[in-house]
Design a protein around this ligand. Structure first.
Ligand code: UGA
Length: 426
């Protein structure tokens, strides 16, 4: 494979994984970051976030001289490929905030070498890239939309064993970008820029739909007395449906599904189309967070002054990311009800400015004296814990809400506790 010179704008989650993996593949990579403290950590070989396997790849690539970090202002002469991986957070109205993307592309319009290719990794709403591409083309700079499908916690694995590489743009540019990924054994899908952009939104929206769908089925399970895990297992065996993303629980979170579903809904509405199904997906997801709070209120009575443990503030296991985390939303709902909340997560350490919020160092600390508990993230530490002993540490009536359907009821019930799950009669 021919080694290329690559610059990556943004050392966030996507940019850093992209930079590290391209360097590991043999390319000469400089990752550019605007935040000085982040930059210092990166130069020191430390990742600003927790992602299994990433620091090892960074260290090796830095030692081999293929991965460097620089401040955006000191970018110097840019390389043949310039990846844009800056954030596109959600605005108040649900639209994607494209200011950082526009700023970088503006800079590239003046500074990227003619004949270079700008590769858009940031998730931008369909329709964005064509305009950017036209402006860059005025100076002979190419543009390719190349959405990412990395899951936090398994990003490295997802990079190398992706189901597809999606590239949107003009054929010659697509060929050049495809060559960067020559060591990855995956089909390359060539499309137009808006189609590539929409693939990203449609993929995330569909996965979110699967989750909300199974959460709706869980509600029906509660009505008819069926176990949603049995239903999902059999439904998922139909290869047309597939078994993944059919785990019922307190809903999806993270920096992607909530943001991308809202942005797609906004984009549709803004252009006069009412995306009914997506609205329902978002609404069901918000409702799932309320389930544990409602269940605890029913079992414990009014919550003011009652101690409740929330286990898991990361939006899923194997990450310290708490963005749009179901666990933290549940914490906030409980605090709003007046409860005293004792929160424990093995990795994430959120700071909340509320005297009724306690951050605990262990499961024992969080559960000791709590009348209720909500498991919001399926960390292995929670699943493998001795729930007979832990239930014994709680105060009566010892109500455990299993928000991820992962706990064995037997030890909890034997210790005098009550277990409530999502669509699962116990
Ligand atoms: C997601 C997509 O899976 C990636 O393909 C995509 O690249 C990424 O967003 C992105 O847009 O950058 P991620 O947000 O890291 O990845 O996490 P997922 O593993 O997809 O989980 C998202 C949420 O759904 C988590 O809160 C998880 O607990 C929840 N979930 C997942 C369920 O509630 N049930 C399930 O069956 C599966």
């Amino acid at each position: 494979m021919n080694a290329a010179t690559v610059h990556v704008f943004g050392a966030g989650y996507v940019g850093l994984v992209t930079g590290a993996c391209l360097a590991r593949s043999g390319h000469d990579v400089t990752v550019l970051e605007i935040d000085a403290s982040k930059l210092a950590a990166l130069r020191d070989g430390r990742s600003p976030f927790f992602e299994p396997g990433l620091t090892e790849i960074m260290a090796q690539a830095q030692a081999d001289g293929r991965l460097r970090f620089a401040h955006t202002d000191d970018a110097g002469t840019l390389g043949e490929f310039i990846f844009v991986a800056v954030g596109t957070p959600m605005t108040q109205g649900g639209a994607a905030d494209l200011r950082a993307v526009r700023q970088v592309v503006g800079l590239l319009q003046d500074n990227a070498p003619p004949d270079s290719v700008v590769v858009m990794k940031s998730t931008v709403p369909p329709g964005t890239g064509s305009g950017l591409a036209a402006k860059l083309a005025e100076r002979g700079i190419g543009y390719v939309s190349n959405p990412e499908f990395l899951r936090e916690g398994t990003a490295i694995e997802d990079w190398y064993s992706t189901d597809r590489i999606v590239l949107g743009g003009e054929a010659t540019n697509l060929d050049r970008v495809a060559a960067l990924y020559a060591d990855i054994d995956a089909p390359v899908v060539r499309a137009s820029i808006p189609a590539a952009e929409l693939v990203k939104y449609a993929s995330n929206a569909f996965l979110a739909t699967k989750i909300s769908f199974i959460n709706e089925i869980a509600a029906v399970c509660d009505v008819v007395g069926a176990d949603v895990t049995q239903v999902a297992a059999a439904v998922g065996m139909d290869h047309r449906i597939g078994s993944s993303f059919l785990r019922a629980g307190v809903g999806y979170g993270g920096s992607c599904f909530p943001k991308d579903t809202q942005a797609l809904d906004f984009l549709s509405a803004f252009n006069g189309y009412d995306f009914h199904l997506l609205k329902a997906v978002i609404e069901v997801n918000a409702r799932q967070r309320m389930l544990p709070v409602k269940a605890l209120r029913t079992r414990l009575g009014p919550l003011p002054g009652r101690r409740v443990a929330v286990l898991g503030s990361a939006f899923k296991p194997d990450t310290d990311d708490t963005r749009e985390s179901p666990g933290l939303d549940i914490v906030r709902l409980l605090l709003a009800e007046g409860a005293e909340v004792a929160c424990y997560d093995p990795v994430a350490k959120p700071v909340l400015d509320d005297p009724s919020f306690m951050l605990c160092d262990s499961l024992d600390d969080a559960l000791a004296g709590a009348e209720g508990a909500v498991l919001a993230t399926e960390w292995p530490e929670f699943i493998g814990a001795d729930w007979g002993r832990l239930t014994g540490l709680m105060a009566p009536p010892r109500v455990v809400f299993d928000g991820r359907n992962v706990l064995d009821p037997a030890p909890i019930l034997a210790a005098g506790g009550v277990l409530i799950a999502v669509g699962r009669p116990v």
